[in-house]
Design a protein around this ligand. Sequence first.
Ligand code: URA
Length: 439
Amino acid sequence: MSTLEIPVLIARKRDGEALGREELLAFVGAYVAGEVDDAQMAAFLMAGVIRGFSRDEAVTLTEALLRSGDRIDLGGLRGPTVDKHSTGGVGDTTTLIVGPLLAAAGCQVAKLSGRGLGHTGGTLDKLESIPGLRVDLGADELEAQVERIGLAVAAATQDLVPADKRLYALRDVTATVASPALIASSVMSKKLAGGAQHVLLDVKAGDGAFMESVPEAHDLAQLCVEIGEAHGRRTGALVTDMSQPLGDAIGNALEVGTAVEVLQGERGGRLRDLSLALAAGLLELTGVEPGEASDRVADLLDRGAALDNFREFVAAQGGDTSVAEEPWDVLPRAPIVAEWRPGAGSVRGFACRRLGELAALLGAGRQRQGDTLDPAVGLEVLPRIGDMVRDGEVVARVHARTDAAAERVLAELSTAVMIGAHPAESVELIHEQVGLSTR
Ligand code: URA
């Protein structure tokens, strides 16, 4: 692309034109090659955020990102290859349950995951709280492990969609993250590069998510599904509630412990319910009839098959397998556990993002990429919207490294958990399904 063509193309986007496939591929390709600089790309992104991108542009942007790096080839694996992705939430540990469940159901799960940033957690950080467990698997090791036990979870390498890494960093500092087409192409390029033929998105809606309203989340889900299908993958999405934490725990080891309790059949609630729905949704995408998919995953969880796979997975990645039996004896624990008892009332709502930030403040998350985490600390938040709280009942526990950190977070909890006199309606866990049958 010539230096003269670049500003013309940016101007056409500024004026609201949809660009053609070859033009977009050339523009992103030129950015990757260093011929389009960051200022030009930022102007283009801002024009797109304000004017919008067409569906075809979103599909092409995904292709352009995908072309920038390696793709994992899972074609040699025997069972159906599946992948799930959450757009990021608070207390969302479903991967640790859905992965083993799907592997127990005969699927092949090669999951490339990320680290937490800001108020959201990351699967790799959670897994690394299991003593010994490593996530730096090479492509061959990943594939061999999936072949053997059906599941591997590893860090995405620098070569997986490198253009997305650069673009995301630029979007982050130029207020251009919030575009459905940019988010969808970013997410889907990584899913497509991951190689699975069946992809299920968990698109969160609410204060703890990128998309605060259900209609916005629906549009993002729809676009992701269209991009996946246009690239030849069976793709579906659930739009799910993130106006409150999904599981009771927010923090790395705490979340692993609660996920193990779900796998052990010792813990119910929304974390279990959503994990089952995601696993069933993925089975449906592989061709299993919806009712049968739901029954099969519930049965695998109830008879401990998913827990057995989780144990094998931990062993394969070098972790202490007794985490599958006695998680709280193995996982790091914080020295201070302070209880919060706000008094009687009805839970009316959460500042969900703030809860994630408070956990990060305790040391469970990063303010900046590269910050060191404390695997033991975090929060437990026990009731959900619509629940009644009795006088003296524990509503939250703060797991902290120091008394001062615990005091600081305790003092802020009343601004993040809204308890009032009047009862509130509970909130649906799954708002919508896209590309799946209603069950
Ligand atoms: N997650 C991603 O991977 N990319 C985005 O743009 C937003 C969320």
